[in-house]
Write a protein that binds this ligand. Structure first.
Ligand SMILES: Cc1ncc(COP(=O)(O)O)c(C=O)c1O
Length: 401
């Protein structure tokens, strides 16, 4: 066909995994593939009441265009939340976005030229990698383990490449569930400061900690070089599409211009209704309830994996967030096995697509927030049966293909 696509678009191949997972959307498939919060925990009535109150009291303002930076009382709430978490913040440093995903896009627009080097963990969040590819940046992946990115490996890249941005998900990362330890936070921030490299701190899951103590936000360690992203997607509802960025002062005006060019501003009604909700509804108690329910699901997944997965499988129980990252015994290949799993009415996301390089085919990501304990047990039993058969099939001494 004669359609001339941009270079950035031509570089993006349709995802094979996405095609397989479409099948997994059938209601009888127990899917652990998505990154979805539990819809039964959305505070639907409170959100409805907040919208109704705003429309009745200030409907005309709530339906009008408004400022690019976002509704001031919402920015004040975000600033107070950062300040309470050890990052002193004024409302004028906060920009409201359409989810943290828009924050990734705006950061890339403002900080990256084609060819610019962005450092990420390996593996990393797929939709961030997509943003960096769309910006035609060069993604350089640094190895990470259960404590997050390896500072020695990062130091090597920073010493040899002209790095323009360091992208990190410090709490309960997607896909690995890993949390950057305090020692490493200090080491990584010292490196960023020494090299003058801006850090993009993507923290959609920080409020969902099930055990252990919260660790210092990266922005608290280097407030003028760290651009922090947050969101209501995991604690209220992703359909609101409301997130925020805390911007270093030098970047702020540029990010506002980028947001203006992108969409003028985030939805006025959703912003005002969220402020109404935060004033009239016990948000802290709601988040605490999410922690209890998700914490239980996390434990159920951990204990059920221990019972069901074949010997030699490895994972680390995450301290929070939504995901387990599982390494299967070799030579199992999670991408190859996905159609077989879907045939058994269970689904997951293979790990390989999350890697920038050195993809480990025997890895997979499992979400635990979106299913009640009974479904978690049943789905993981189906998966365990399949995997144990596969391991037996590959066992030494057996004739295998
Ligand atoms: C690491 C990470 N960043 C950003 C997002 C985007 O979230 P939202 O745009 O809904 O705030 C997600 C969603 O799953 C995520 O896992």
């Amino acid at each position: 066909m004669g359609l001339k696509l941009s270079q950035a678009t031509r570089g993006v191949a349709p995802s094979a995994v996405r095609e397989i997972l479409k099948v997994a959307e059938q209601p009888d498939v127990l899917s652990f593939a998505g990154g979805l919060p539990a819809p039964e925990l959305f505070p639907v009535e409170a959100i409805a009441a907040a919208h109704a109150a705003v429309l009745e009291r200030e409907g005309r303002a709530a339906l009008q265009y408004s400022t690019t930076e976002g509704y001031l009382p919402l920015r004040e709430w975000v600033a107070a939340d950062f300040t309470a978490r050890g990052v002193p913040t004024q409302a004028d440093q906060v920009l409201i976005t359409n989810g943290s995903q828009q924050g990734l896009d705006l950061a890339a627009r403002v900080l990256l030229d084609p060819g610019a080097v962005v450092v990420t963990e390996n593996p990393s969040y797929l939709a961030a990698l997509q943003v960096f590819h769309a910006a035609r940046a060069q993604v350089v992946a640094v190895p990470s383990d259960a404590q997050g990115v390896l500072p020695e490996a990062l130091a090597q890249v920073l010493a040899t490449r002209d790095v323009r941005l360091l992208y990190l998900v410090p709490n309960f990362a997607n896909p690995t569930g890993a949390t950057l330890s305090l020692t490493r936070r200090l080491a990584v921030m010292a490196l960023a400061q020494a090299h003058g490299v801006p850090v993009l701190e993507d923290d959609p899951y920080g409020a969902l900690r099930y055990h252990g103590e919260p660790l210092a936000p990266l922005a608290s360690l280097l407030p003028e070089l760290v651009l922090s992203l947050g969101t209501f997607s995991k604690t209220l509802a992703p359909g609101l599409r409301l997130g925020w960025m805390r911007t270093p002062r030098a970047m702020r005006a540029h990010l506002v211009v980028a947001k203006q060019a992108s969409d003028l501003h985030s939805g006025t009604l959703a912003q005002r209704a969220t402020v109404e909700l935060l004033r009239t509804f016990d948000y802290a108690a709601h988040v605490e309830h999410l922690r209890v329910v998700y914490g239980e699901r996390c434990t159920v997944m951990d204990t059920t994996l221990a019972r069901e997965l074949p010997k030699g499988s490895r994972w680390v129980k995450p301290e929070g967030g939504l995901f387990f990252w599982v390494t299967l015994p070799e030579p199992l290949d999670a991408l190859e096995l996905l159609p077989l799993a879907v045939a058994q009415k269970v689904a997951y996301v293979p790990g390989a697509p999350f890697f920038v390089r050195d993809a480990a085919p025997n890895t997979l990501r499992l979400n635990f927030s979106n299913r009640a304990p009974a479904d978690l047990r049943e789905g993981l039993a189906r998966l365990g049966r399949l995997l144990r058969v596969e391991v037996a099939h590959h066992a030494p001494g057996r004739a295998s293909a």
